[in-house]
Design a protein around this ligand. Sequence first.
Ligand code: AMP
Length: 285
Amino acid sequence: MQVIKEIDELRKTLNYYHKQLESVALVPTMGNLHDGHLSLVNAAREQADRLVVSIFVNPIQFGEGEDFSSYPRTEQHDIEMLQQAGVDVVFMPSVEQMYPSEMLVTVKVTGISDAYCGQSRPGHFDGVATVVSKLFNIVQPDMAFFGEKDFQQLAIIRQMVLDLNFNIQVKSMPIVREADGLAMSSRNHYLTSEQRAIAPKLYQALSQARDEILSGNRDFADIEQKQLEFLGQAGFKPDYFSIARQSDLKKATEKDDDLVILVAAWLGKPRLIDNLTFSRGKEFT
Ligand code: AMP
């Protein structure tokens, strides 16, 4: 496995792959890797001849007062994990390598980024879309893998690929959870042991809402309100709890069958996000 820090060097390796007509997959990450990342890596490994994993904590997707400087960085652990997983290249650029001068041209996301995390973290998805498009142009992969854990991010990347004509297949993998239901996340490390015991209630709230919808409650606003209160009582500071439709993330109506419930809530220092997708089937038509 090659560990590459410079774009020019990466391009040499990628040119070699392209000359051999080998397909290339990219898995973009911010490091501090866990089994959620590994599921993307394993899927990518199976589907492409060559696999590039990027590790880059992207400053422009963090807002003021957010955790850019304290974000967990575990380079050595990550490299060992990726070596064992059979990755070909780990691309770990410095901030200077990715942003050598002030960016005057960036990607701007509208509409789909207005609600949920986009509303609470202004500029976040512009930063994500900009760095992902840079990585797409640097690596020029045939396919790129993203987790459904970041459901709104995934929808935005799919939209970006469509709108900007990236010739890249976007593939996604389901959320990987701890045994107690907590979605794996690098930010779980910020939790104290007391908070860690409470954290699975985020998934519990999602499951409760889904079960209510499946048992016939059509009053989505009421369900959202109940779960916001449940989370507040459990010790969270909820940001949003929203029942949306999977296709465009607009607020769900009674007519929609394919739903996603999206949640974000602070639990002490970290802001945790999670979601649950399901179909109501035909029972309400
Ligand atoms: P991050 O390092 O947090 O930027 O995540 C890199 C990629 O891993 C993103 O596409 C995430 O959606 C994905 N990911 C993070 N946590 C999980 C998880 N628990 N299950 C599945 N995918 C995940």
